[in-house]
Design a protein around this ligand. Sequence first.
Ligand code: F3S
Length: 653
Amino acid sequence: MGQTITEQILGDHLVEGELTPGEEIGIEIDQVLTQDTTGTMVWLQFEALDLDEVQTELAAQYCDHQTYQFDFKNTDDHRFLRSAAGTFGAYFSRPGNGICHQVHKENFAAPGKTLLGSDSHTPTPGGLGQFAIGAGGLDIAVAMGGGPYYVEMPEVVNVQLEGELPDWATAKDVALHLLGELTVKGGVGKVLEYTGPGVENLTIPERTTITNLGTELGATSSIFGTDEKTKDWLARQDREEEYVELTPDEDAEYAETIEVDLSELEPLIAKPSMPDNVVPVREVAGEDVEQVIIGSCTNGAYEDILPGAKMLEGREVAKKTEMIVAPGSKQASEMLAREGWTAEMMAAGVNFSEATCGACIGIGHVPASDSVSLRTFNRNFEGRSGIEDDSVYLCSPEVATAAAITGKIVDPRDLADDLGDLEAPGLEMGTKYGPGMGESDPDIISPDEAVDDGLIKGPNIGDVPLKDELASDIEGEALLKMEDNITTDHIIPATADILKFRSNIEKLSEFTLSRVDDTFAQRALDADGGFLVAGENYGQGSSREHAALCPMFLGVEGVLAESFARIHKANLFNFGLVPLTIDSETYERIDQGDDIEIVDDVGKGVRNGQTEFTVRVNDDWEATAHLDASERERDILAAGGKLSWTKQQHDSG
Ligand code: F3S
């Protein structure tokens, strides 16, 4: 039987298991990436594992989430990351050089290779034919040490693209269309593989916008095959020799096929506060807009910013609206500047930010209270912009610019009709990239150019906390009962005042779930153990392992939820927290404050492959909870987490 692109790449990298959907497989990792908020723990874990040199073909450390230097903490951490990259053999991308996915795509992403990254949007270079997965930091540390990465073999879904995008519809609308149809859970356990005649009508920046947003569908990864456009794009980055041809076999079998006719798409927008709350722009036209931001790892390429620049030629940003451009990389900034577009946009009233995640996680450019902000980002979770009563819409750069011109949400097709001289900018590829590329980029320090003499740990660099082996009895209070779709932003907010603590877990844990209940951290500490209870899709969002690490530090023993998001569930195993699935009836019956006991010897049950556990509530009634875990995950849980388990493996091996 023929193979899909996913099966071809995974088959080439398979070290354990079989490519059967739902079965755990171990794959060899070619490249890893990490960023500053997750990277500090990654390197501390790498060190704690007694590893001394990166074993993957390539590792890259980016500084993109917290690039502003409010006090010594971010600077200290960046210096530590530079010293760790140099010491252990990774590339280091300096703060301000850009967002990990954009910079990695430009410099290192290669078709047919596997990439593991401690950031949930790692699948972005799937648009170039790289098989890329987001994972927790500890998984990155182990992979950098040469260990396989274990993941459930996903189902491969064929997204068959037909036709060509009409004027004013963009790649962002392809992704928003899928989000509206499939929801934020629609891709769970799946890889979305894009095929069909419509693919050749999409450029690489357009494809990577689509693969970036696959994360919002909950997909394990998203991928396109390669073609002349891929080859051309790599050549523009001076990396043509890295091109390999990737196409599905003619008789490849997919679990499912979803057809999208590009020619039928129109400008779409995700309303507050979920990326799948999608409607046509025309349905929300007329809303006043106070802020517009173009950028992020979704739409931060030169080609994403240029359409807005063209639309603004001879025009101005509306007086009551603020428009910010935050390029995804310094390469994009530099190209815009060299071609004069930066000056043109500034003259039209646009402010430029450094190439950083920044506003995407509420670090800078926080919207005014109770105001509408239109962003070209990938997430609009409530409060993520840095203010609780935010009203963030997600859209294409074209829709964002149309709003900046009028001060209101407007379908750009209607704006073009009104103005008479506004043409759809289309997507024009940059003709000149660089000068910084690969090892010649002054903002990327290669392992050979390491500038530090060993690890530099300032006072903001903490230790790696460890958990004891899984006890035989687990009992405690239902410390917090939560709804569906609790995100990692709810568990540990990614705002500047919080994430700067990165490896100071004691301090960071004070903020655990504070956005749901600000008494939680103290109550958890006082209770000395207990459970979290949640509805569907618990842990949606980022790969932030702090969302498991901090509850662990506070003494949480396990999570009872109706379902879990993939990366977060892996992180729960990695930090020794038991993820148990309950049915909706049990979820409804459990109240916050109830006494929960997992009956019988849990430690033994976990080790012995037990899948059903009895949950006794208030010594009054019982229900069944399920543990869906591979043998390896059970061993990790029993050992008290992946760090202890990996050390045990090394000691015994
Ligand atoms: Fe950064 Fe936001 Fe992307 S935090 S990595 S720009 S999702």
